[in-house]
Design a protein around this ligand. Sequence first.
Ligand SMILES: [Zn+2]
Ligand SMILES: [Zn+2]
Length: 332
Amino acid sequence: MPDVPAGVRRARIPEYARSPCAPLVCDRQPRLVRDYPEPVRREGEAIVELRVAGICHTDLELARGYLGFEGVLGHEFVGEVVAADEQRLVGKRVVADINAGCGRCTDCDAGNAHHCATRTVLGIVGRDGAMADRFAIPQKCLVEVPDTVTDSAAVFAEPLAAALHVLDDVPDTGEPIVVLGDGKLGQLVARALLGSGRRVVVVGRHERQALPGARWQVRGALLESELAHELDGSAVVVEATGRAAGIALALGLVRPRGTIVLKTTVAGATSVDLSPIVIHELKVAGSRCGDLKKRGSHARRTPRRPHAADRRALLARAGGRRVPPRGRARRA
Ligand SMILES: [Zn+2]
Ligand SMILES: [Zn+2]
């Protein structure tokens, strides 16, 4: 029998463990493991029973070897607390900040636990993730889900917080912000920016996927194939393509002295010519996780309606052709 680490409470199989814990484990190849050990709860931690888990690009990269992670995948979830030091939490529906700082270092003291050098990150760094019947997580990371929010909406809490975190690095120039990428992350970033009153142009690769259905969405969407690489366009570009090539595209789209916010993480090294950053005096900001407990600071300001002029102006500078909207988009 393995040694039980200090602070771990493990006397007998707990009552909540009615069924075996069968997680999705990543060790070179993702696989379901039927006889995985029941999670052990350290002091200050809760055991959470999974209700819904999300799969994102980071999970796919972890499965390809990103960060050398081995363990249970999953960091986007809604669950129910089945055991905790704080009894008021038991039975509560929760989501979580996935970064758990040590609580003792200068970063943690400064409220910067996301950058604690010895942090664990749920399902990403040093901690089994949420794609299991049950998993352990520090109580301090948990955020209760209001009854009015469904599981299928709440499971987006973590990626939405990460999308809203872009606002911390985006200067308000009054001009439309270019969001590169029309996958889940790109769409969340676009919606977060729009929700805060910014104008947005989404540049993607999927004509029908680029935020279908709403008037502003179609008018504010472009295809990558419409753009010229020498485009000298936007003051702010948010790179959310999920591809290593995204940064080169962003460097080609941003205006001198402009800002690029990078959201994509990829496994392995990336080769890119960084000279435009110096030549054009660009600012490049990395942006990772957001703060799920942050309230109010991203409140909607006076909304600025995105309009066709944003798209046309960008296209004119790109020298690209206009792509007519299709399907429902045409009638919008
Ligand atoms: Zn994610
Ligand atoms: Zn720390």
